[in-house]
Design a protein around this ligand. Structure first.
Ligand SMILES: [Ca+2]
Ligand SMILES: [Ca+2]
Length: 299
């Protein structure tokens, strides 16, 4: 079930653009990212006539001096159930996703940036991933979901892993792939779930993949059933396994098979050579943040 589909896309677009314009996170990398966005005008054709208001975007706290711990280390609770509309939930601070493990032969394209935020509910993990991309090109329908612009979420319910020979995902580890929107005015719904590189079919979970004038944004809620579990209790003191991948397309297909994909980068890769380092193959790539009642600003 993809929820929130009836919310006007224009509202989400305006809100997301405003979020980028008004972010006050003290992280250097994200500051640079936010400054980039301020020079990018809203695309009137996709944003419609909706007013751009900083207040309705779930903008981060305005105090630019506040520095927050990384989501790689700690994830805070979300006080209320999120609205999956593409807009970052209020009070969450986005964090720059430093590209790691790039698989392409040529460099990551200029202008390609991602930021993310993570929080938890008592029974679900909330994720928001925003990607800035000058050429938003999802995979054609006759190719795999990851063969074009797309976000990948890697989740393990408890950050406890069996390890061993790769591929070594646990029974409670999944890779979710959601393709970027093809057009500027319609959310994308195409997805897939993988485990140990095996395609398990469409992800019948809760997510919203919104087009943006300068890219796209995925907002998702991962629940017990998504991980093959009957129940999933997320409480302060526990840990979850996490990784994020960004598939990057090239403007013109090259070669055959997955021809649109230029490469892929990740939030985290293992300290190993080649494909063994990547989270679709190896849970050693995952980060294992602790769940806390509330994230506290750094001193
Ligand atoms: Ca939202
Ligand atoms: Ca596990």
């Amino acid at each position: 079930v993809v929820i929130g589909m009836n919310l006007p896309v224009a509202t989400a677009l305006a809100g997301l653009a405003a979020a980028g314009l008004t972010s006050g996170c003290g992280r250097l990398a994200f500051d640079a990212l936010a400054q980039d966005s301020s020079s990018t005008p809203l695309d009137a054709s996709s944003a419609g006539d909706a007013p751009v208001s900083a207040g309705d975007a779930g903008a981060p706290p305005a105090d630019a001096a506040v520095r927050w711990p990384s989501y790689v280390e700690v994830i805070g609770a979300l006080a209320t159930a999120p609205v999956l509309d593409g807009m970052l939930e209020p009070d969450l601070v986005p964090e720059f996703l430093t590209p790691r493990g790039w698989t392409g032969d040529s460099p990551v394209p200029a202008g390609q940036r991602a930021e993310y935020a993570v929080a938890y509910r008592p029974d679900a993990l909330y994720l928001h991933v925003r990607v800035r991309d000058d050429s938003r090109l999802p995979a054609p329908s006759n190719e795999q979901t990851y063969c074009g612009d797309a976000v990948e979420l890697y989740i393990d319910s408890n950050a406890a892993y069996g390890g061993g020979a790769t591929p070594n995902h646990d029974a409670d580890t999944r890779q979710f792939v959601v393709v970027a929107p093809a057009t500027s005015d319609t959310p994308a719904t195409r997805s897939a779930v993988f485990r140990n590189t095996a395609n398990l079919g469409t992800w019948a979970g809760q997510f919203y993949m919104a087009p943006l004038p300068d890219g796209y944004a995925l907002e998702a809620l991962v629940q017990a059933g998504d991980l093959g579990l009957a129940s999933w209790a997320l409480t302060a003191g526990g840990r979850i396994g996490l990784d994020i991948g960004i598939n990057v397309s090239q403007a013109q297909p090259g070669g055959t098979g997955c021809a649109l994909r230029l490469g892929q980068y990740f939030l985290s890769v293992a300290d190993l050579p080649g494909g063994d380092a990547h989270p679709y193959f190896n849970t050693a790539a995952f980060v294992n943040p602790q769940l806390v009642t509330a994230r506290e600003p750094l001193p």
